[in-house]
Design a binder for this molecule. Structure first.
Ligand code: FE2
Length: 178
C-alpha cells in the first residue's frame, strides 16, 4: 500500500493541504446531531461508476442542509474565490463504497474533498499509470486534485465507524456563474 502525505512527487496528481478546514470536529459533531438527515444517494439516477456498480453512499446535500451545519462548514473553510461554492456531506457506513470514477472529464468548476476524520484510509486515487494510491485522511485536510483524476472509496469494514467527508464544488467567478 502506498501512502503519500503532502510530499510532491513527479507523477503526483494531487496536493494534500492540511488544516484547510480549521474545525472538522465542529462539523463532525453536527453530522452526528443531524444523522437522520443523511439520505441514501439514488443508485439509479444519481450514481457513481456504472449503473451495474453504482456504489453506496449517504449524503446531506447543500439544499437540505440545516443552517448551523452550513455555518460550521463555511465558517471554517477559506473563502478562496469570490465565486460560488456548494457543499455536500458524505457518510459511508460498513459496506458502503464508491467504485472507481472520474467526477467529470473536464470542467470550469473545481471539486474539493475535505477529510473530516482520521481512520483507516479508504480514499484512493489513480495516477497516470493507473496505479492506485491510498491517501492519508487527516482531519481538515483538503484533497486538491485535478477534476479528471480517477478515484474511488474502498468498502468500509464491518468493524469500522461511519466515515464522514465534505465535498465542495467551487465555481470560480471567472466562469461567470456567480
Ligand atoms: Fe468523485
Amino acid at each position: 500500500m502506498d501512502q503519500h502525505g503532502h510530499i510532491l512527487q513527479d507523477n503526483i496528481m494531487y496536493k494534500l493541504i492540511e488544516n484547510y478546514c480549521t474545525d472538522p470536529e465542529r462539523i463532525l459533531k453536527l453530522c452526528q446531531k443531524y444523522n437522520h438527515m443523511f439520505k441514501i444517494r439514488d443508485p439509479k439516477g444519481d450514481y457513481f461508476g456504472t449503473p451495474e456498480k453504482p456504489g453506496s453512499i449517504k449524503q446531506i446535500k447543500h439544499w437540505n442542509m440545516p443552517t448551523e451545519l452550513k455555518e460550521a462548514i463555511f465558517d471554517t473553510i477559506p473563502d478562496e474565490d469570490d465565486g460560488f461554492c456548494t457543499a455536500h456531506l458524505n457518510k459511508y457506513e460498513a459496506g458502503d463504497f464508491l467504485p472507481k470514477h472520474k467526477d467529470t472529464a473536464q470542467g470550469y468548476y473545481r471539486f474539493k474533498l475535505v477529510f473530516l476524520q482520521a481512520d483507516r484510509p479508504h480514499f484512493k486515487y489513480y495516477d497516470e499509470n493507473n496505479k492506485g494510491h491510498l491517501v492519508e485522511e487527516k482531519p481538515g485536510a483538503l484533497m486538491d486534485m485535478h477534476i479528471a483524476t480517477p478515484h474511488e472509496v474502498t468498502p468500509i469494514g464491518e468493524d469500522e465507524q461511519p466515515k464522514y467527508s465534505l465535498a465542495l464544488c467551487w465555481f470560480p467567478s471567472s466562469a461567470g456563474v456567480a
